[in-house]
Design a binder for this molecule. Structure first.
Ligand code: AMP
Length: 310
């Protein structure tokens, strides 16, 4: 941990990266680090990297996007398993620190803090701050707490450990209002009912795998973005007959189909890797070039279910 602090102290310019298609943990760890560094080192140029157009950004206070100066810089890459998934270009940086909790496939940092058993990258970042005895600013604590809540599904997944609660307790000590955070996250609109209604009416199933599909036309009709379309994946969770469930959304801009795969005690990340994806044992993402590939994906997932039965 002291190694990280030393590196941070050595650079006047720090670029903070996270993965493409950012979720609560990607933003939580990136923004949690951002507000901490801005508070601790107000004289340094702290630059957020990556597209900043997600609707999740409504959950955070506004922040500055600083310009990159022509001076040596340190990259801190959060929650990103492999270089291809980094939202931005780290080649412009002199040194790289990777902090991540995904299955290790690419240790691209000069320093790699990879804790596969952590519930979230936000958990790791919180515990680094705790260990370094940092006084955490409230914006940072809020973002990190949302990151932990997002990736552990509110402390529900088996990745939740004593360390997750240790991190949560450190963040709560800073004075965050968790009820307000939960409301900002979980309060729904009437329009959400229409979306879940559509999903329940149209979802498909094949021997233990359930999924819903939202075409660009459906997304337009429901008035949601592609990213929001994936966020309903757990509408199909907790059904005894479906140990694996998925959200499939058409990505018109990239001319492909994004799949969010979730499971109950069946390892799915190896299957996701076969379809330009990856992630965690029970929560992975993949990309299909055409809908024909969906059939192949479902077949592979069914094999995983059947392996368990043998
Ligand atoms: P998603 O369904 O997109 O929310 O992804 C579920 C989890 O898998 C998240 O932690 C993602 O960061 C991770 N993930 C998604 N796609 C990939 C990929 N291509 N490679 C590695 N991890 C991924």
């Amino acid at each position: 941990m002291e190694k990280i602090l030393e590196k941070i102290k050595n650079y006047n310019q720090i670029l903070l990266y996270r993965h493409i298609h950012p979720d609560l943990d990607a933003f939580g760890s990136q923004l949690g680090m951002y507000w901490m560094l801005k508070t601790m080192f107000p004289q340094k140029n702290i630059v957020l990297q990556g597209e900043m157009n997600s609707d999740l950004l409504r959950l955070y206070p506004s922040f500055d996007i600083a310009h990159i100066n022509k001076e040596p810089s340190l990259a801190i890459v959060l929650d990103t398993a492999n270089q291809e998934r980094i939202d931005g270009d780290i080649s412009q940086c002199n040194e790289v620190i990777k902090i991540d909790h995904h299955i290790v496939v690419d240790s691209y940092g000069d320093i790699n803090i990879e804790i596969e058993t952590a519930s979230s990258c936000s958990e790791i970042v919180s515990l680094i701050f705790k260990k370094l005895k940092f006084q955490i600013p409230i914006e940072s604590a809020n973002a990190l707490y949302l990151g932990i809540v997002g990736d552990s599904n509110r402390f529900l997944y088996s990745s939740t450990s004593i360390h997750t609660f240790e991190a949560a307790s450190y963040l709560i000590e800073s004075g965050i209002q968790i009820e307000e955070l939960y409301q900002s996250l979980y309060l729904k609109k009437k329009s959400d009912l229409k979306i879940t209604q559509f999903i329940y009416n149209t979802y498909q199933e094949d021997e233990g795998v359930a999924w819903y599909y939202l075409s660009s036309e459906d997304l337009k009709k429901l008035n949601i973005s592609r990213e929001q379309g994936s966020n309903y994946v757990n509408t199909l969770a907790n059904i005894e007959e479906y140990p694996i469930w998925m959200a499939v959304t058409q990505n018109e801009a990239e001319n492909n189909y994004r799949v969010s795969i979730r499971s109950r005690s069946i390892t799915i990340n190896e299957v996701a890797q076969l379809f330009h994806g990856g992630g965690h044992a029970y929560a992975s993402g993949a990309t299909l070039q055409s809908l024909d590939e969906l059939y192949l994906l479902v077949e592979k997932l069914k094999e995983k279910i059947n392996e368990r039965k043998i």
